[in-house]
Design a protein around this ligand. Structure first.
Ligand SMILES: [Zn+2]
Length: 364
């Protein structure tokens, strides 16, 4: 197994094209053609985490936060970022980040937090408003299944809770190969007829590149006709945050106890809820306060996220139970999420979770 194979598995789950403009997810350090010895999963990359990887003979670290985030102008060891990058290169430890692309998929970072809190009927809190596409192409009948399968494997055909959706109509295509052509069938200068299927498959925008590449790899024609058509359907399965219901109604006090127990918190900051009872809960792992209005508009009783400023609490007071549960604390379940996913898809190497607590904030 090469590092490239791990990239493919992770990017089929959380495509890089989903990441925000400011982000820097993907392979940041390392040679993708190297074999994987083992993988270490962490929220952050620190010098301790890299030393742990070296000790455990792991040559890939998959982290949620990208170590290279702002422009890296030098490698002189003047701060931890520069020292980490240097240490990783010297010891041939590859660094891979899966950040806002993992925040935005259904079942991603916020869902891991929601699951830990026992939320039911979870869905995306703030949906991306990207439109879906149809890929339309004509394929010789005998190759119809092969091409469809290849498109599905590249991410086509998914809408909501459905996959492998396509529309096929059969007909007759024709072409005349000209000088210098290398036709799939027929002779130069002679009109050729071919039984063809017109295939139409749904494609979410983040899979367009992979699906188009799969089309070219699986289609037998030298010249392929295809079209991308923008649909009116929105992809409702991508976006930040998650929303769900508690299995039973909680009083504010019960909910506070639950949060402390599950997230292992001594204390946290919050505002009072509108009526003292909590049923519907919104969560966003990491700094998600920009979703406060979505949580209020969705009629949530509570919204849990991190990095909330003093004045933002005024916006929430008596409208929604707004809680700052800490950045690391809100994303702690992401380590299990990533490790379990890699283990479920790749069994040829060991996947371990970091033993270092990378949270730089101490609460006393
Ligand atoms: Zn974060």
């Amino acid at each position: 197994m090469k590092i490239r194979d791990l990239e493919n598995v992770l990017e089929k789950w959380a495509p890089l094209s989903l990441q925000e403009d400011y982000d820097n997810s993907g392979l940041l350090v390392g040679d993708r053609n190297k074999d994987i010895s083992s993988v270490l999963v962490s929220l952050d990359v620190t010098e301790d985490v890299i030393m742990e990887a070296i000790k455990k003979n792991a040559n890939v670290i998959v982290s949620h936060h990208p170590i290279i985030f702002k422009t890296l102008r030098s490698l002189t060891g003047k701060n931890e970022v520069e020292r980490c990058v240097e240490l990783a290169i010297k010891n041939e430890v590859a660094l891979y980040a899966i950040h806002t692309n993992l925040d935005k998929i259904s079942g991603g970072v916020s869902f891991a937090l929601g699951n830990a809190l026992g939320l039911l009927n979870m869905k995306i809190l703030s949906q991306d408003i990207s439109k879906m596409y149809h890929l339309v192409t004509h394929v010789p009948k005998d190759f119809s299944e092969r091409v469809s399968e290849s498109l599905f494997n590249a991410g086509a055909g998914k809408l909501g809770n459905y996959d492998q959706s396509k529309f096929v109509v059969s007909g007759k295509g024709s072409f005349r190969p000209l000088e210098s052509s290398r036709p799939f069938k027929g002779e130069i200068g002679i009109l050729e007829e071919q039984d063809e299927d017109r295939i139409e498959v749904l494609v979410a925008p983040e899979f367009k590149y992979q699906v188009e590449r799969a089309l070219f790899e699986s289609h037998p024609y030298e010249e392929i006709s295809y079209a991308w058509i923008e649909l009116s359907n929105f992809d409702t399965n991508k976006g930040f945050g998650a929303i769900g219901d508690l299995p039973v109604e909680h009083s504010e006090e019960e909910f506070i106890k639950k949060i402390k127990k599950i997230l292992n918190l001594k204390s946290f900051r919050y505002t009072k809820s509108r009526n003292g009872m909590i049923n519907k809960v919104a969560v966003c792992g990491g700094a998600g306060v920009k979703l406060l209005s979505d949580a209020i508009a969705s009629n949530c009783d509570a919204f849990l996220t991190s990095d909330i400023s003093y004045h933002t609490f005024f916006d929430a007071k008596k409208r929604i139970f707004l809680a700052d549960i800490g950045h690391w604390e809100s994303e702690q379940h992401t380590i299990d999420l990533i490790a379990d996913y890699i283990r479920s898809k790749m069994t040829n190497f060991a996947v371990t979770k970091t033993e270092s607590n990378t949270n730089p904030i101490i609460i006393s």
